[in-house]
Design a protein. Structure first.
Length: 189
């Protein structure tokens, strides 16, 4: 199963982000949607699971829960917007989760912690500071999870300096990483 992961759109759904999510069987939006139209556009590509972020108000907030659980092939994924909202005493592995998917920080992350994948696709909305504009993809296969970060910057706004280095660092950290579901790896494009 191929899962597209997007977060922090803040009312902007880029054509490049839509293109990166086209071949996915499911799309997860990890909050800060911004506009209800974004939910409709993503749902037109593939089934959509979305959670409410801190900027989501009105009709968007009313439609979205704080958390969601995605289950496929015996793997359980927890989706929430802000990782800081995960209770200190909560152990995702003990609760049966193989991945925690979140947004909020706008910083892409692929990291294994005690056999659980922590995955932040970064922000696909308006560029903030010098952070890259990214989405993520997960592949669930044979009891494992493969993760990647995809740069969806428009050609005229390609990451300069620190944003480009951040994408490279996430890629290096994820390459060959063993963890979350026995087969957790990542790559950036």
């Amino acid at each position: 199963m191929h899962i597209g992961v997007i977060s922090d759109t803040h009312g902007l759904l880029r054509a490049s982000a839509m293109s990166a999510l086209e071949a996915c069987d499911l799309i997860i939006h990890a909050g800060d949607v911004g506009k209800e139209d974004i939910l409709r556009e993503l749902a037109a590509i593939a089934p959509l699971v979305a959670v409410r972020g801190n900027i989501d108000t009105g009709s968007v907030a009313e439609k979205l829960p704080d958390r969601e659980v995605v289950e496929h092939g015996g793997l359980r994924l927890l989706v929430l917007h802000d990782l800081a909202e995960l209770e200190v005493e909560f152990d995702p592995l003990e609760a049966g989760y193989r991945a925690v998917i979140f947004g909020h920080s706008h910083r892409p992350l692929i990291e294994a912690r005690q056999d659980v994948l922590y995955f932040n696709p970064g922000s696909a909305g308006p560029r903030r500071f010098r952070l890259p504009v990214t989405v993520g993809r997960l592949t669930l296969k044979d009891g494992g999870i493969t993760a990647e970060i995809v740069d969806v910057s428009e050609p005229r706004e390609m990451p300069a300096g620190s944003a480009h280095r951040l994408i490279q660092a996430v890629t290096r950290a994820a390459k060959g990483m063993q963890g979350a579901a026995g087969k957790t790896t990542g790559a950036a494009r």
